[in-house]
Design a protein. Sequence first.
Length: 556
Amino acid sequence: MSAEEFKTKGNAAFQAGKNEEAVNWFTSAINLDPTNHILYSNRSAAFCASKLYSKALEDATKVVELKPDWAKGWSRKGAALHGKGDYKAAVEAYSKGLELEPNNEACKKGLEEAKALQENMSNPFGKIFGPDVWVKIRMNPKLAPFLDDEDYVNKIKLIQANPQNMNMLLQDKRIMQTMAVLMGIDMHMAEDMEEDAPHTKKPEDKPKHTTASTSSSSTATSLAGTTKQAEEEKEKGNTFYKSKDFDKALECYNKAIELNPENVVYLINKAAVFFETQKYEECIQTCDEAIEKGKTYKTDTKNLAKAFARKGSALQKLEKYDDAITAFKSSLMEHRVADTLTKLNACETEKKEKEAVEYLDDAKAAEAKERGNEKFKAADYPAAVREYGEAIKRKPSDATYYSNRAAAYIKLNDHQRALKDCDKALELDPNYVKAVTRKAQIYYWQREYHKALEWYEKGLKLDPSNEELKSGVEYTLQKISEGQSSGEVDEDRVRRAMSDPEIQSIVQDPVMQSVLRDFSENPKQAQQHLKNPSVMGKLQKLIAAGIVRTSTRSTD
């Protein structure tokens, strides 16, 4: 098959929602025509539809390398970046596409959505008080009791509706405490300060108590100040991170860690810098440190989940898929979020794809086929099925292997699997006569003679001199004739024929119903119907299926 034919099949599979199949077809096309930018574009779309955004981005990047002046390529890249959550880069890609083609609808729509998401992500309160905030509050023993208060619930809803409302609600200590917990800030120091402070103001306290209280208050104030400085360093680090100044971001996160080593959020942010700079080993090491500290200081499970998820992403980049899958699953055990589940699914898919690709080997496929042939000749058909299956895994694009396995299935009377393999062989090579022949034979053995005749005739159109096909037509017609003359109705055969959509359509056709009535009630009129090729063809189909019993035969 040509690259264009593979592309056509890929497009059809993609339109039918068969994304994985589409990827396989486009890959086959790319192997034949590796400089065709449209093939990479189509495969990028299929990867995007399967949420395999990293692979989609690789293909989209290849598209813009091959065809930098093609707006659609930039829209593909924007879509992949959008899916990965890199909204800033997505905006840049869509904008580039619009520079090339100002009226490109895909780029226009993508740019609008990416900008909106970028704006939402830039608001820290918008991220903290997201849709999963109710679960986070309910899971925290300090915050859960607040849910019984309607006023508190309404305030959280106000913040969700517009993060800017946070500014006017900070006077509510419950909101402050909620924000601190959700941000992963350790509040026990501030709580101690609030408890100790009132004692310094009681007039009945003795001077020594006042001095002790003042000392306690001073210590708490100092600790609170340190915590505040750490938060300031983190925020500065976040600003540098967003502007991709990763060296300065790392400096700020390290300072924050020195000021407040118990807060694992700073370590998680530090790990993010290592991830973005492709220092995946350092990222993993930092995540492990965050996880260890998080367990020691009993941090919010949400933060532990983030550390595990980030570790999983780094391991996935290193193609350590088993370890990555374990990390993602650990993250979901700590705190279940849709994004991590998506990453887990993508990682598992990526692992399977890599294993499948690594398993491909034309030489070993040919060896497995020969072993299958030997087993087939020895009448060890189950072993033949296994060997042909191995050949298919090694080279799934070879129609011969499917056809051979179909032959083994036929010997085992497993006609459904045999038909499925014939269909796959014909999907890979529509002109493969042997697969057509085997499909016709299956229908013959199933006594679906109308289908057998149809497929034998299809085969003869491909290979008019094929003696096996000619014989197939001959003995199929003989079986149909025997059924007509026997005087007995094969009820099982008729029942199976009536389940065939084509036969159902013919039987339910008002014109054919009238024709069949004439054969019973008006033989003279019936002869007129035989002059109509369309009617005659349908009638022959019903006769072959055993539904109509008549001695009338076509003379064509």
